[in-house]
Write a protein that binds this ligand. Structure first.
Ligand code: FAD
Length: 215
């Protein structure tokens, strides 16, 4: 498979970076083609707005989706958007590796999403969910959290499927991706080094068989 792995963590010695490095190493060893986006390392500018475009259709009143449709016709996307879009179009599967921030993705990843999944190219009228442009592609979230598993229940924080629903349903499935079960690591800072090594080994084992996973 062609696999795009996106990392959103500011520290290269972090556990998220270890999960990311494990993914790259394992998947390449298994013969997959891997491309990466390391958002903090690349100092990805996540604020979505007029700067997404080299020229505007309507400089008097900015409307992002109208400008995205115009940009498709007139090649007015900035290079940082085009290069990410190429990787997404290239891949058969996407993995997003990030620490849970406020029950959601870090702002840098959210900004990347806001900028790169443009109207006309990744979704359009009627081109969503089962008719989306990304039908046939897979996606998976790999997430770490400080909170313990016992708190991620319906009567406390909410369960993981409801916390991740806005990303799973509102972004990935909306675009047409088939979403695999997330890799979700609870209490990551409270684990021992040995336990974290086991987490990395289990993650690697899962990735070895990822192509066979049923959605
Ligand atoms: P790190 O602190 O980088 O790593 C944990 C430990 O693993 C460290 O001791 C590190 O040295 C060690 N380690 C690194 N590499 C390896 C390796 N190869 N083998 C073994 N050990 C290794 N948490 C929630 O539960 N819910 C929230 O809503 C939430 N919101 C947040 C919002 C913000 C703004 C912030 C800053 C944090 C929030 N958190 C939340 C906590 C956050 O999710 C965790 O701090 C994060 O997931 C921890 O992952 P990390 O990669 O940063 O861990």
């Amino acid at each position: 498979m062609k696999i795009l792995i996106v990392l959103a963590h500011p520290e290269e010695k972090s556990f998220n970076a270890a999960m990311f490095n494990t993914s790259v190493r394992t998947l390449e060893k298994e013969g997959h083609e891997v491309k990466t986006t390391d958002l903090y390392k690349e100092k990805y500018q996540p604020v979505s707005g007029k700067e997404n475009f080299t020229r505007l259709k309507n400089p008097d009143y900015f409307k992002q989706q109208n400008e995205e449709l115009f940009a498709m016709e007139h090649s007015t996307f900035t290079l940082d958007i085009l290069s990410e879009q190429e990787k997404i179009e290239w891949c058969d599967m996407m993995i997003w590796q990030f620490p849970l921030y406020w029950f959601s993705a870090p702002a840098i990843l959210k900004g990347w999403i806001d900028k790169v999944f443009t109207m006309g190219k990744f979704y359009d009228n009627g081109k969503i969910f089962g008719n989306g442009f990304s039908v046939g592609k897979r996606a998976m979230l790999s997430v770490t959290a400080a909170g313990p598993e016992k708190n991620y229940t319906k009567d406390k924080y909410g369960d993981i499927s409801s916390i991740l629903f806005p990303i799973h349903r509102g972004i990935l499935e909306f675009l047409g991706f088939s979403v695999l079960q997330p890799e979700f690591i609870y209490s990551v800072e409270r684990l021992t080094d040995e336990e974290r090594k086991t987490v990395l080994n289990n993650w690697s084992e899962r990735l070895i068989n990822i192509e066979k996973e049923i959605i």
